[in-house]
Design a protein around this ligand. Structure first.
Ligand SMILES: Cc1cc2nc3c(=O)[nH]c(=O)nc-3n(C[C@H](O)[C@H](O)[C@H](O)COP(=O)(O)OP(=O)(O)OC[C@H]3O[C@@H](n4cnc5c(N)ncnc54)[C@H](O)[C@@H]3O)c2cc1C
Length: 315
């Protein structure tokens, strides 16, 4: 795609389920769209998603990504591999600095509107063979997504600053064998939190977590400071996240906790013409939410832009 050719109707930044769905909608509205993606959508980490509607036996994340790209291609859309490094407004037009992923010549992409679908970065935690552990489902990042899939398993959970005991109690609805480990060297749980855990039957491990390794058969082994090892079936590290909202913040868009963007019911940020959808916005990190927001935003974008009247069909 020649990015200097024109002023696009919309520049979509991010090619996960949110960006790709918006691309499909906008192409079907016959809009000129540039979609840039630097890869590694969170979708690509999902072994099998069982809660995305319409797939009774579940769907592998990479397969769903491929399906969405193919659907976009059916309407003449494509994904430009690479990254938008900077976004600004010049004379009422958005300008994105695009660096192609293949080492090609950087260029500027101009567009009337921008839809940010850049997702979140998960905070890191030292777990042995992380990629393999997540892709096999031994380490999991989203209890809302896959609690059902770990019913009656032995589940390890770590305290998080935002919710010290909440995640462990949530997991207790799926299994009677939940172990909660404290993250820091000193216990931060108060009496009320300890009582809640005891009443629910969550095992609070006394010694703080020192490290996580994986057994040969891909079971997480949680090591505590006192030298004990706890073998679990599945481990939820409850890492926290950092929304990739810098490009929007640079234009004055408002963010809330975890740098997530605040948007209205049409997914508009406070910056006219700048929309945001999916995990980068405040709300539940789910594929269905991302695709639903994309439908809303794309339709609003289409109705906001000047109509492009279709020429009469030639006889
Ligand atoms: C292990 C795991 C399991 C999950 N299971 C489920 C599940 O079962 N069901 C469910 O509903 N959800 C699940 N989720 C959550 C789901 O994956 C996310 O909600 C969804 O992927 C969000 O889509 P998105 O398009 O907003 O962001 P993403 O899918 O993360 O895509 C964002 C894209 O933007 C790109 N990008 C970022 N910045 C730039 C830039 N400057 N220029 C160009 N590109 C950029 C990124 O590289 C990325 O490709 C799971 C997540 C994980 C990690």
């Amino acid at each position: 795609m020649d990015c200097s050719r024109t002023v696009f109707d919309t520049l979509i930044i991010g090619g996960g389920p949110a960006g790709l769905t918006a691309g499909v909608y906008l192409r079907r509205f016959t809009r000129h769209v540039a979609l840039v993606d630097k890869g590694n959508s969170r979708l690509s980490w999902i072994p099998v998603s069982h809660n995305y509607p319409g797939f009774p036996d579940g769907i592998n994340g990479l397969q769903l990504l491929e399906n969405l790209r193919a659907q976009l291609a059916n309407y003449g859309g494509s994904v430009m591999q690479g990254e938008i490094l900077d976004l600004r407004l010049e004379d009422g037009v958005f300008v994105g600095d695009y660096v192609p992923g293949d080492g090609g010549e950087p260029c500027q992409i101009r567009a009337m509107t921008v839809l940010l679908a850049t997702g979140v970065a998960d905070a890191g935690m030292p777990v042995e063979r992380w990629d393999e552990a997540v892709r096999s489902g031994a380490v999991r990042l989203c209890p809302v997504c896959d609690g059902w899939d770990v019913i009656d398993k032995r589940i390890g959970v770590v305290t998080s600053d935002a919710s010290p005991v909440g995640h462990a109690l949530f997991m207790r609805t799926f299994s009677a064998d939940v172990l909660l480990f404290e993250r820091g060297p000193v216990s931060t749980l108060n009496d009320e939190e300890r009582q809640k855990l005891a009443a629910a039957g969550v095992t609070l491990v006394d010694s703080p977590l020192a490290g996580v390794t994986m057994s040969e058969d891909m079971k997480p082994i949680l090591h505590t400071k006192d030298g004990e090892d706890y073998r679990c079936d599945v481990f939820y590290p409850m890492l926290g996240e950092h929304a990739r909202s810098d490009l929007a913040k640079g234009l004055g868009a408002e963010t809330v906790e975890c740098h997530k963007l605040l948007v209205d019911e049409h997914c508009r940020t406070g910056v006219p013409g700048l929309f945001a959808v999916g995990d980068v916005t405040r709300g539940l990190n789910q594929i269905a939410v991302a695709t639903g927001q994309a439908a809303l935003a794309a339709t609003t974008i289409h109705n906001t832009l000047p109509w492009a009247l279709r020429p009469a069909a030639s006889a």
